[in-house]
Write a protein that binds this ligand. Structure first.
Ligand SMILES: [Mg+2]
Length: 283
């Protein structure tokens, strides 16, 4: 007897299926991360953050390791906290300074220095978008507008949850034309509040919509949202996005998302129509 796989059981090209038993819709809500999942405005942030931290450790004489080893060590703890409020990454760095026998600055001071460095890069992108020298399509994960429109057209309420400061998220989402689909459901730490968690956002939305396991669909490039969507019994699409102007799957993100339990991996939303149709079991 010949085993036959129905076409509809196979995910569309461009989509990597990690969990063959993934539940297929319909879904009653969709949760998106912002940076790296919809927006590329802050791309390069890990280089800026890890650079600030390694510079500080060197200046304090607390880094005996060779450059590459130090960079890798700092990058690992930064990326393991990707998706948490930025202040949480800064608190982890203060712990690192202390563990190495140094007198740490406050997490708030580290956060200011990081944001100063980051804004030197990001501010130019804000200006280019605001003046029309750059277009929103250039600075979103490819086809992000289409996947939001597709889900909204299916009547799925959209939720945005980010570890980046709330005012910056609203500003950048506005510049990119991806704010309106979320209505009032934009969640992020106000004034970099370190107590903000995506887990709380997920719990609140599950409760308010009365979602059952499997009814939440998540999209994200970070481990925090991946854990929370899976904890709520949802289906997670890992977005292993690369930087502006590049194509393909970013291998480091893919590996972290797979380890965190992502059900599917996509590089972007170029094939969103086929992906969403497959997830809903259309046709
Ligand atoms: Mg992200």
């Amino acid at each position: 007897m010949k085993l036959q796989t129905r076409n509809s059981d196979r995910p569309p090209p461009g989509v990597e299926l990690l969990n063959p038993r993934v539940r297929r819709g319909p879904f009653r809500a969709a949760l998106f991360d912002f940076d790296g999942t919809l927006s590329l405005i802050r791309e390069g942030w890990p280089r800026v953050m890890v650079g600030m931290m390694t510079d500080r450790l060197r200046a304090l004489g607390l880094a005996p390791e060779p450059d590459e080893e130090l960079w890798g060590l700092v990058e690992r703890f930064v990326m393991a906290l990707n998706g948490h409020p930025t202040a949480v990454q800064m608190a982890r760095f203060a712990d690192e300074v202390e563990a190495r026998g140094g007198a740490p600055d406050t997490p708030a001071a580290y956060l200011r220095e990081y944001l100063d460095r980051l804004m030197a890069v990001v501010g130019g992108r804000w200006d280019a978008l605001a003046s029309g020298r750059a277009t929103a399509a250039e600075w979103v994960v490819p086809n992000a507008h289409a996947v939001l429109a597709n889900l909204a057209g299916r009547g799925v309420p959209l939720y945005l949850a980010s570890g980046t400061d709330l005012a910056a998220v609203r500003h950048e989402a506005g510049l990119l034309g991806v704010l309106t689909p979320f209505g009032r459901h934009v969640y992020a730490p106000a004034d970099n509040d370190p107590t903000f968690t995506k887990g709380q956002v997920v719990d609140d939305l599950v409760r308010s919509l009365g979602l059952r396991p499997g009814e939440l669909l998540g999209f994200g490039d970070g481990v925090a949202e991946c854990y929370e969507v899976k904890r709520a019994g949802g289906v997670m699409v890992g977005v292993a996005s690369v930087e502006h102007g590049q194509t393909g799957v970013e291998p480091g993100k893919r590996a972290r998302l797979a380890a965190a339990g992502a059900d599917l991996i996509v590089p972007d939303y170029r094939d969103q129509e086929a992906l969403i149709a497959w997830l809903w079991g259309d046709g």
